[in-house]
Design a binder for this molecule. Structure first.
Ligand code: ADP
Ligand code: MG
Length: 346
């Protein structure tokens, strides 16, 4: 039998902001308009205010101010983000709880960097898997553990396997025992976190890129890494299996979703509207309300992505949203949209 201990009834939502540094190119022509204060507050300056004006007023009273559970500035590493907002969740996953972590933000704001990262600054997907194995190593019980990973993409409401060289379309099925499953999705057994970065980079090279935006990679594709930890408890009478799932999601760029919210004139066809992103945004809003006012209906059924993530967005689960922003003045509107959205969610 597969079961999860029912210790919590509602989903906790944590909202964190990560502001990346200016890139080398940006440093030549962009002004930094974002400040992070006391690990909680994000202050943004309207770039329409001229430099002269700024010099005159000397103070920063014109900044827009937002506050969150956590806020990470450009000097923070992925490990800093991980330690303060994610690490404590992993213990729960090893005990059979579900969790979802996702990166939300416009294209180029640092979602993939935060989730996957680099060799020198490994991202949340890599760090989470490391901690899973640390917990297993330290576990004093006689339980057996099995850790598996899958990595999929949702693009234009079609699911593809990022662990396969040329994946066909995959379908969602309702399994009476396991709930919603992606039929035929490759699930690999992993024994350490060693090769995961290579695997993620290979998977990411398979994500769909639109030809018109070659320098804005994968802006419409969602990538979901799911880490499943099965703990097999042995006792005299039966073998019991406890299953915890951690989903880490590198979302499609949020710029189109906010365009839709603000009139939608730029959207020409159905493919441009990212149904999964909007559905997830609605689920997150509902979770935020649930946290503040008690139970609320969370509309999972409206997209592929939210159906895939259902277990990690409901019941005994924890959700962390990392909203990523760029500090550059030419990204002002995207930054404000992301902060407003994250502010409403918390
Ligand atoms: P997104 O996935 O949101 O489109 P990326 O993660 O690809 O954005 O980041 C855009 C650019 O910014 C990349 O060149 C990336 O290396 C760089 N970048 C993002 N976050 C950081 C960071 N914390 N430190 C250094 N460079 C970063
Ligand atoms: Mg990306």
């Amino acid at each position: 039998s597969i079961r999860a201990p029912a210790t919590k009834k509602t989903t906790t939502l944590t909202v964190a902001i990560k502001c990346r540094p200016l890139t080398e190119k940006e440093r030549l022509r962009s002004r930094d308009i974002v400040r992070v204060k006391e690990d909680k507050e994000v202050l943004v300056l309207d770039p329409d205010l001229t430099k002269d004006y700024l010099e005159r007023i000397q103070n920063r009273t014109k900044e827009k101010k937002y506050s969150f559970d956590h806020a990470f500035g450009p000097d923070c590493t992925n490990l800093d983000v991980y330690r303060r907002s994610i690490c404590s969740i992993i213990a729960g996953v090893v005990q059979g709880l579900n969790a979802t972590i996702f990166a939300y933000g416009s294209t180029g704001s640092g979602k993939t960097y935060t989730m996957v990262g680099t060799q020198g600054d490994p991202g949340l997907m890599v760090l989470s898997l490391h901690t899973v194995f640390d917990f297993i190593k330290k576990d004093k019980s006689t339980d057996d553990f099995e850790v598996t990973c899958s990595y999929l993409e949702v693009y234009n409401e079609v699911i593809y396997d990022l662990l396969e060289k040329s994946s066909g379309h995959l379908e969602l099925r309702e399994d009476p025992e396991q709930g919603i499953v992606v039929a035929g999705l490759r699930c690999i057994k992993v024994h350490s976190a060693d090769k995961i970065l290579e695997l993620l980079n290979l998977g990411n090279s398979r994500r769909k890129i639109e030809s018109t935006e070659a320098n804005a990679t994968s802006s419409r594709s969602h990538a979901v890494l799911e880490i499943t930890v099965k703990r097999k408890q042995r006792n005299k009478y039966r073998n019991q299996v406890i299953k915890g799932k951690l989903a880490l999601v590198d979302l499609a760029g949020s710029e189109r979703a906010s365009e839709t919210h603000s009139g939608g004139q730029k959207l020409r066809d159905g493919a441009n509207i990212n149904r999964s992103l909007l559905a997830l945004a609605n689920c997150i809003n509902a979770l935020g309300k649930q946290q503040k006012k008690g139970l609320a209906y969370v509309p999972y059924r409206n997209s592929k992505l939210t159906r895939i993530l259902k277990d990690g967005l409901s019941g005994n689960s924890q959700t962390v949203m990392i909203a990523t922003i760029s500090p550059a003045d030419n990204q002002y509107h995207h930054t404000i949209n992301t902060l407003k959205y994250a502010d409403r969610a918390k």
